[in-house]
Design a protein around this ligand. Structure first.
Ligand code: ADP
Ligand code: MG
Length: 376
């Protein structure tokens, strides 16, 4: 008995000691991780925080040259996508926080999934009285209506009822039947939107109508994020809001930001296609059929719809637009996508300071005049 007791006692002691050493080891590992994230080399920190980027900067690491005090990099899930901001300069982290806060604020005004947003109020009030909105919401809707006019309704933010049929935001998207689409079609039409600039109100005249700023709001948010960074004195930064990229200035050492365009049929976000875009104080946005999609019977169904048919656009895989305004880049990439390669390119050629690259459904690449790096 005594001997048995002794063995057990010793075993218990050994188990306890192992347990203690195990806990110490875990603590050491945790402490080391914490130290790396806070004091470690920027390259390592960046690698650990590397977000899922649609467009990525191949020369992204090591942007913090001698003499520049701070480099910040943060990623946040916002507006149904990953938003990442990299900034160089004094109080970079504080500036990024403020920019992300601004982008959150815009989401709370313009998302149709936030019940208190301006857009939700407008949609709930469809068929009823006009809704007073923030001047920013009004401005974005005005821009969208202008784009609808220029594209004969290819870009149409009253696409809401058709988007709802596809349920891309649910776990199991569905292919709507032709009758459902026919029923929804009369509720789609940008000409129906009633805008009153004096009272800053928006009205949708038919019950069941709804607007969806999914093709434009991320660009606007990124634009405002960049404005906030500049207000904080940041002169070198890059914002990526789900493929809507805004360059504030150049990289810290003076070279332009370098942006790769995601290959729509490549393996993951790192596979690129076409030229590397050099960007200083400008924006680039890509709309792709790989962003939100499902495959049924070997056919791809995605979230950019032709308002006339209610079906996903089939002639294009991705559109990249480069221009100064991030809002325009986002809006136009969706609009050109719906117009298709031929009409889309003709449209881009009519716009000053806008260039585009289209990857059509067969993988052919077409450039408009002036697309950066097209002749590399
Ligand atoms: P992503 O949101 O993936 O970056 P886009 O900027 O191209 O891609 O926007 C696609 C979104 O635009 C859709 O999820 C939907 O909210 C909206 N949308 C779809 N079709 C149209 C259309 N014809 N006109 C305007 N907006 C559209
Ligand atoms: Mg867009």
């Amino acid at each position: 008995m005594k001997w048995e007791y002794g063995t057990r006692h010793r075993r218990t002691r050994i188990v306890r000691r192992r347990l203690f050493l195990g806990i110490v080891a875990i603590l050491v590992i945790l402490l080391a991780g914490y130290a790396v994230m806070h004091f470690g080399p920027d390259d390592l920190k960046s690698a650990l925080r590397k977000p899922f980027l649609k467009l990525q900067d191949p020369n992204g690491e090591g942007i913090n040259p001698e003499g520049v005090t701070e480099t910040g990099w943060q990623t946040e899930f916002l507006m149904d996508t990953f938003v990442s901001i990299r900034a160089v300069g004094d109080n970079a982290d504080e500036a990024i926080e403020a920019a992300l806060g601004e982008m959150r604020r815009i989401e709370s005004l313009m998302s149709r999934y936030v019940p208190t947003s301006d857009v939700s109020l407008i949609n709930r009030s469809a068929g009823g009285p006009p809704v007073k909105v923030a001047s920013e919401t009004f401005h974005v809707i005005e821009e969208a209506v202008q784009c609808a006019r220029l594209t004969n309704g290819a870009f149409d933010i009253t696409i809401g009822p058709l988007m709802d049929l596809w349920e891309f935001n649910s776990s199991g998207p569905t292919i709507p039947g032709p009758e459902e689409i026919e029923q929804a079609k009369p509720l789609v039409g940008w000409e129906l939107i009633e805008l009153d600039p004096e009272n800053m109100t928006v009205r949708l005249p038919k019950e069941g109508m709804s607007i969806d700023l999914g093709g434009i709001a991320k660009g606007y948010a990124a634009q405002q994020g960049a404005r906030v960074l500049r207000e904080y004195g940041i002169r070198h930064a890059l914002i990526d809001a789900g493929g809507n990229i805004v360059a504030v200035g150049s990289r810290a050492e003076g070279n332009p930001w370098r942006i790769g365009i995601r290959d729509p049929r490549g393996e993951g976000p790192e596979a690129t296609i076409g030229p590397t875009i050099h960007l200083v104080d400008a924006a680039v946005a890509t709309s792709g059929d790989y962003e939100r999609f499902f495959i049924h019977d070997g056919k791809r169904y995605h979230h950019i719809l032709n308002p006339e048919t209610g079906m996903p656009v089939e002639s294009v895989s991705s559109v990249t637009v480069v221009t100064e305004s991030p809002l325009h880049a986002d809006m136009l990439s969706t609009a050109v996508f719906v117009l298709g390669p031929d009409e889309g390119m003709r449209f881009v050629e009519t716009l000053d300071g806008v260039s585009a690259m289209i990857v059509d459904a067969n993988g052919n690449i077409v450039f408009s005049n002036g697309f950066p790096g097209a002749n590399q």
